[in-house]
Design a protein. Sequence first.
Length: 152
Amino acid sequence: MTDLVLPGGLTPDPARIWHVAPLHSQGRWPVKGSPDALDYGVDFSAFMAASGDTIKTHTVTVLTATGSTYDLSPVWDAHDDTRVLMMLGSGPPATMQRIRVQIVSMQNRRFEQLMLLWIVDYSAASGKPLMALPTGEQLTTPDGMPLSGTIT
């Protein structure tokens, strides 16, 4: 299994990882507030187990994004052999967001998992925050671009 190093040394929260069944199904993650920047994931291990396949590439797309300052946004995303993990921030309150997680496997299988995420209505709308460690260090992508979100 590939060791996955996440920004800020984050350890994914198992409560926010959806496990894809061998049969296709729509997934749903626990709710978030607009100001929250939380990690979510999709675990394809059961789906890929019979073939012994692993993830080669992935894409995360927020299907409900409209170009608004308050759109739900992937702050970062990454994958290991069987999981796609991401940090999601912002999102318009009182909306059901649709996120498409697509994978291409090492054996060139293509699959997409549609996930639903409810943005609660008891928090005010929040724009995309910057991603920083508790020390204040700004996190960046491998090419030096600042990441959005906050790790506390």
